[in-house]
Write a protein that binds this ligand. Structure first.
Ligand SMILES: O=P(O)(O)O[C@H]1[C@H](OP(=O)(O)O)[C@@H](OP(=O)(O)O)[C@H](O)[C@@H](O)[C@H]1OP(=O)(O)O
Length: 458
């Protein structure tokens, strides 16, 4: 027993050393009390806190095949890029907040002093690029997935080109896929191989290619009207009032964007540098709940259930996933499975429409500017669904009673909506989604008749 324990620990420690993980042995950082409200700007560790103790930990029993007679034959993983810098738009907002606070805030609180000596280090050219922590996210995720599904992600398969890597063209995604590959190469000490990946924006950035989405949501000022309305809600007003009081800055100078910038600053300093920055002291739990809701509203109306086209724009990716699973099933039946795994790296805006298309995290009532208080227990909570490095993994198994499928979100087993089996028959899942599999045609859903191009009000 003791020997097994020792060997297991030795293996894990050796793995950490092998993959050159500078963060592996970091002391647990002090976590801001509001960190679980950071939404799409949240750390992966908030949804899997055990990784703080051991970044390579895999609970084998939770990723085991559905039964002993099952053999994994293919996996498709859709993964968000790792931790990144703020986008230019948000660096500008942060700079405006910083200038206001440094020039106008007063008071004797020690955190205010810490804020005043804090140096603005974000620059506009950082523009959403992957940070070192983001590489760390993907290197370790790769190792954990290789441990979870060793028959699909293995050195032999990597060498034989049976693992396919696809990414969005954005620098943060390309750098993430490279970090993922690095994790595998270091794990197996592979030195003589190229890092091959394909850029495919029609799959990973389908939203840019869907004209109806671009015209009626992306470019349409009224598409996110619930977000705009929430900015001037009583809840948001209260947050602004509280923060401006804490800083002793006139309320009317402290805009909703500034409240959001403070929240973002707290989240970026934490996600990028593992620091509980003094900016976090500007916000309490109830402020964070309001700002979290504001971000969830944006995601809901831009990427989720808010508008039908948000979900439908992901039809190409949905079809592609099932095409890969079908192909693996077919290859298996008639010989050998050629590809064992597909690793696809994209964005929050890749995952959320796909999850919504598949009916996950759907609330009975839509999220609106008015119903913050009644949406307290909402399912659509991006902090839980799409932190940095969020991943959705489909695993297809050949079992004695046929093909079965498991689905994992952020390495946790999920059940398909309205199905009570955690590894249903593949055929049952195909039937469940038959309408989408037989329809959900990108051209039909996304094309806008030329005559409608000027009138895209929803
Ligand atoms: O609020 P920002 O500027 O960070 O918004 C980003 C998106 O980040 P998110 O809203 O998901 O937190 C970013 O998605 P990501 O998954 O790549 O991080 C998206 O690609 C980018 O276009 C920004 O969206 P926006 O259209 O400027 O709001």
């Amino acid at each position: 027993m003791k020997t097994t324990y020792f060997l297991a620990n030795f293996f894990i420690t050796s793995l950490s050393v092998m993959v050159g993980l500078s963060f592996s042995k970091l002391a647990r950082p002090t976590i801001p009390a509001i960190a679980h409200h950071f939404g799409t700007k949240g750390r992966y560790e908030e949804v899997n806190p055990h990784l703080l103790d051991d970044i390579l930990f895999v609970n084998k029993s939770l990723v085991a095949p559905p039964s002993l007679d099952c053999r994994a034959i293919h996996m498709v993983s859709v993964i968000r890029h790792g931790t990144r810098y703020p986008t230019t738009k948000n660096v500008k907002k942060i700079a405006r907040l910083f200038d206001l606070v440094v020039s106008q805030a007063s008071g004797s609180a020690s955190w205010l002093n810490d804020i005043k000596i804090w140096k603005m280090w974000y620059t506009e050219d950082m523009d959403g690029r992957l940070v070192e922590k983001g590489r760390y996210d993907h290197r370790h995720l790769a190792v954990r997935l290789a441990q979870s599904f060793p028959t699909l992600i293995s050195e032999d398969h990597l060498r034989a080109n049976r693992i396919e890597f696809i990414t969005s063209s954005k620098h943060r995604c390309v750098d993430s896929v490279k970090a993922f590959q690095e994790g595998l190469h270091q794990l197996w000490d592979v030195q003589d191989m190229d890092y091959k990946h394909y850029v495919d924006d029609s799959l990973m950035r389908f939203f840019d290619h869907c004209e109806k989405f671009v015209e009626s949501v992306e470019k349409n000022k009224t598409a996110l009207k619930e977000v705009e309305r929430f900015k001037s809600s009583a809840e948001m007003d209260a947050v602004r009032r509280k923060i401006s009081n804490r800083l002793q800055i006139p309320y009317d100078q402290f805009t909703p964007d500034m409240a959001e910038a403070a929240f973002f600053l707290c989240s970026y300093e934490f996600a990028i540098k593992s620091e509980n920055s003094p900016w976090c002291d500007l916000l309490d739990e109830s402020d964070a709940q309001v700002l979290e809701y504001k971000n969830d509203l944006k995601q809901y109306w831009k990427r989720g259930y808010g508008h039908d086209i948000n979900r439908k724009s992901s039809c190409p990716l949905f079809h592609d996933i099932f095409k890969r699973l079908d192909k693996a099933a077919n290859d298996y039946r008639f010989g050998e499975v050629k590809k064992t795994a597909t690793i696809q790296v994209g964005h929050g805006e890749t995952l959320l429409p796909l999850l919504s298309l598949m009916s996950f995290y759907k609330d009975k009532k839509p999220l609106t500017a008015e119903n913050f208080s009644s949406q307290h227990n909402r399912k659509f909570r991006t902090s839980q669904i799409v932190p940095y490095a969020a991943n959705l993994i489909f695993v297809l198994y050949e079992c004695s009673d046929g093909l079965r499928i498991q689905l994992f979100l952020n390495e946790k087993l999920m059940t398909f909506p309205n199905m009570n089996h955690s590894a249903p028959l593949y055929e049952t899942v195909r039937k469940h989604y038959s309408k989408l599999l037989n329809g959900c045609d990108f051209n039909k859903e996304c094309n806008v008749p030329q005559s409608n191009l000027r009138n895209t009000e929803l």
